[in-house]
Design a protein around this ligand. Structure first.
Ligand code: AMP
Length: 296
């Protein structure tokens, strides 16, 4: 069956209604398009889990700050539709901005709890308004599609955590699945924004993952988080990269992590400008071997 491109929520609801009525499960993969293998991994995961796969394609203006790359964000719908079909999507929902944000739009979904004003949500960076834009558009997609399962990438770890919290707090019935980060052979996390990298910057960019890997190795070797972050910082400096942030936070609530407290997984996240691109990446670390809860 070939993929069907849909432009309006009414048309999408009408297309999904008989499928749901027939007992089929629906998977949703939200994207901003310019698909790469990371997106395709999400579509394939949805294809495996669900009877019907909907990929949304929408460059969401409300998650961009003034001066960010909304206008220059790469777009190629024809190519995206072809790739989405190849990976197993049944529907590509590609609405206009007016369809998503009609005249007079005035309602927002905001997640608090300290999840959206740290890391990328720090007011000096993309700000909490970035996540407000993300959660608002994703809530609207959840309402339109009413998915059984929704798929997000670990590449945007903070976004996945924020959406999990929103879905729980607002009683969305969808299950949320986080798919591991897909990387280039040299470790660079795939991103539509990698197209902004000049050849020289493309050479430097894998230092982000090398830095995160150095932190992982340090922890695995028994080092504390501070020492592990110092190792990571050194790798970045060697590549001439000054991170916007490089932080260790507990992966469940994004509070700062100084140690492997009670075996809680720790998110080590980095953001850095490399030439024209702002890149993010992360790894989740468990406690070092043998560092379990001390015996009573
Ligand atoms: P985007 O189009 O960049 O908004 O991404 C759409 C979805 O794909 C989000 O859930 C991202 O986390 C996910 N994604 C983007 N890049 C990757 C990657 N390299 N590996 C896995 N998932 C990714």
């Amino acid at each position: 069956m070939s993929v069907r491109v849909i432009r309006t929520k009414d048309e999408l609801r009408a297309a999904l209604r008989p499928r749901r009525a027939a007992g089929e499960t629906i998977g949703l993969v939200p994207t901003m398009g310019y698909l790469h293998n990371g997106h395709l991994a999400l579509i394939r995961a949805a294809r495996e889990r669900c009877d019907v796969v909907v990929m949304s394609l929408f460059v969401n203006p409300t998650q961009f700050r003034e001066g960010e790359d909304l206008e220059s964000y790469p777009r190629d719908e024809a190519r995206d539709v072809e790739l989405a079909e190849g990976a197993g999507a049944d529907f590509v929902y590609a609405p206009s901005v007016e369809e998503v944000y009609p005249e007079g739009f005035a309602t927002w979904v905001e997640v608090g709890g300290g999840l959206t004003d740290v890391l990328c949500g720090d007011p000096g960076r993309r700000g909490p308004e970035h996540f407000r834009g993300v959660t608002t558009v994703v809530a609207k997609l959840f309402n339109t599609v009413d998915p059984d399962v929704s798929f997000f990438g670990q590449k945007d770890a903070q976004q996945a955590i924020v959406i999990q919290r929103m879905a729980r707090d607002l009683d969305f019935r969808t299950e949320i699945v986080t798919v591991p980060t897909v990387r280039e052979p040299d470790g660079l996390a795939m991103s539509s924004r990698n197209t902004y990298l000049s050849p020289a910057d493309r050479e430097r960019a894998p230092a982000l993952y090398r830095a995160l890997s150095a932190a992982r190795e340090a922890v695995e070797g028994g080092a504390g988080l501070d020492a592990a972050l110092a190792d990571a910082r050194r790798v970045l400096a060697e590549a001439g990269i000054e991170p916007e942030y490089l932080e260790a936070r507990y992966a469940d609530d994004l509070t700062p992590a100084a140690a492997f407290d009670g075996g809680r997984p720790v998110l080590v996240a980095v953001a850095a400008r490399v030439g024209a691109a702002r890149l993010i990446d992360n790894v989740v670390l468990g406690p070092p071997p043998g560092a379990g809860t001390p015996a009573e």
